[in-house]
Write a protein that binds this ligand. Structure first.
Ligand code: ADP
Ligand code: MG
Length: 492
């Protein structure tokens, strides 16, 4: 990138020396005093210094969450009041949207128009879950005349949330909102690449009237803070969003106390275009699907299956759309795509750009990094890809699409499902029967039809196969944040 990216107006929140942890309602340094730097990926400059939480801090945060769980200030709060508190959090996110959006844009390089949109969505997540506290129903079973049998929903307990850097506030909302709606307490571990906004969100949650200790934020590295949290014997549940490799280690770490685990992991989502689709619309949305957030999206539609009869025409449309995603200064409201989040991501993505060429794929557009400061790469569309190539099987997490040609519906299904992942899929067709056949045949947690990418907190989201365990959102998430207790009474 050129060096004209100006120094951004820094939110007041970033003015302190070190960004401390949030434990028991207070900002405090890590027990070891250690800190780490978080970097603005558009300029490669240090943005802030942040407390590096370790096992001792995780212990303190978990102890605080444990105390808060049974404290009448939280345990005794009526469901109606919990509803009001969740609504207030949503309102505070909205009121502070500009500040939170700026923090995330500086910290992870997401274009400012997108981070603004994400704050609206995060606010919506809290509003959605605000409806649940008064709707945590149990069941009765009248089958035995001499008994009254019923079930009640109780909080699971102390819930850990370990989140990635691609959508920091939104991911925090996905973990915290359902936990609070069901009466749990939380310890949140944001990603080391983008730790700042979670701390600010934690402060807003306190301001909304959530008692101290109910939501704690421990910043730090995955191998230290994250691993300590995943293995902690006094954590009842862990909800993780991130890579499949780390997800497996979190599941392994959970066995000590058999904590409940939900995992939302990687993907290599198929996006299947049939000849009868609206090709212009499909091309625009398909480019968005692999370029949005620089392709750093678990559900990105990265394998684009195109029917042979429209192949050349569609590739041309898609490449033209992709070139509109050339990266730019994330603070510029005109910018659609920013940099990758870190030097590690940059190395990883550029190595895949080289790999695609080595594997013999063609290039319809892109294929290179952008010279200069910042971790910028071009939107890239590989063509002539075979589904067994590594660029079609491995999650790249960059703005890279792979076009795979197909001739029959059966073949499209077989190859779309030929992956260890199963997070999402999209199908473009106006044939009603084909739509339903495809929706049934694709092994993925979400199947989009004539669109790709939307999510709704009212609808379950999660993965088949190695894309995860469990579902977030909708009533499915309530199952994940409650224990069911059966009460059996004998009538005398
Ligand atoms: P990504 O590839 O998207 O960066 P990661 O899976 O590496 O995703 O990281 C997601 C989150 O998991 C981050 O908060 C990171 O710090 C955390 N993490 C990484 N390694 C571990 C680990 N071994 N145990 C627990 N958390 C971890
Ligand atoms: Mg950063």
């Amino acid at each position: 990138m050129d060096s004209t990216i100006e120094t951004a107006p820094r939110p007041e929140f970033l003015s302190g020396d070190v960004q401390h942890l949030l434990i028991d309602g207070e900002r405090r340094p890590s027990a070891s005093g250690e800190t780490f730097e978080t970097v603005d990926p558009a300029t490669e400059e240090v943005l802030a210094r942040v407390a590096s939480g370790g096992a001792a801090d995780v212990d303190a945060a978990v102890a605080s969450a444990r105390r808060a769980l049974d404290d009448p200030a939280w345990a005794g709060m009526s469901p109606h009041e919990r509803t009001r508190v969740l609504i207030r959090i949503g309102e505070l996110i909205e009121r502070h949207a500009e500040e939170l959006a700026m923090i995330d844009t500086l910290d992870n390089g997401t274009p400012i128009t997108m981070t603004r949109g994400m704050m609206a969505r995060a606010s919506e997540v809290f509003r959605y879950y605000s409806g649940w506290p008064t709707r945590l129903y149990g069941e009765t079973n009248a089958s035995v005349p001499s008994q009254v049998n019923l079930t009640v929903r109780e909080p699971v307990g102390v819930c850990a949330g370990i989140i990635p850097w691609n959508a920091p506030v939104l991911m925090a909302a996905w973990k915290i909102a359902p936990a609070l709606a069901c009466g749990n307490t939380c310890v949140l571990k944001p990603a080391e690449q983008s730790p700042l906004s979670a701390l600010r969100l934690g402060e807003l949650i306190l301001e909304a009237g959530v008692p101290a200790g109910v939501v704690n934020v421990v910043t730090g590295f995955g191998e230290t803070a994250g691993a300590a949290l995943a293995a902690h014997s006094d954590v009842d549940k862990v909800a993780f969003t991130g890579s499949t490799t780390v997800g497996k280690s979190i599941l392994a770490a959970s066995t000590g106390n058999l904590k409940r685990v939900t995992l939302e992991l990687g993907g290599k989502s198929p996006n299947i275009v049939f000849p009868d689709a609206d090709l212009e619309a499909a091309a625009a949305a398909s480019a968005t699907a692999f370029c949005r957030l620089s392709g750093q999206v678990c559900a990105a539609g990265t394998r684009i299956f195109v029917h042979e009869s429209i192949h050349d025409e569609f590739v041309e449309l898609l490449a033209a759309q992709a070139t509109q995603w050339m990266p730019g200064n994330p603070l510029d409201p005109e910018t659609k795509m920013g940099p990758l989040v870190s030097s590690e991501q940059y190395e990883r993505v550029t190595s895949y750009l080289a790999l695609g060429r080595e594997e013999g794929a063609g290039l319809a557009t892109g294929g290179s990094a952008v010279d200069g400061r910042g971790y910028f790469v071009e939107p890239t569309l590989f063509t002539g890809v075979d589904n067994r190539m590594r660029i079609a099987q491995e999650e790249i997490f960059g703005p890279v699409g792979a076009v795979i040609r197909f001739s029959t519906e059966e073949e499209a299904v077989a190859r779309a499902n030929d992956t260890r992942y199963g997070l999402a899929a999209a199908v473009w067709t106006n044939d009603l029967s084909r739509t339903h056949r495809m929706a049934r045949a694709i092994k993925a947690g979400t199947v989009w039809v004539n669109q790709i990418g939307p999510q709704d907190p009212a609808l379950p989201f999660g993965g088949y196969k190695e894309s995860g365990i469990g579902r977030e959102h909708g009533s499915a998430s309530i199952d994940m944040y409650t224990e069911t207790k059966t009460v059996m009474m004998q009538l005398r």
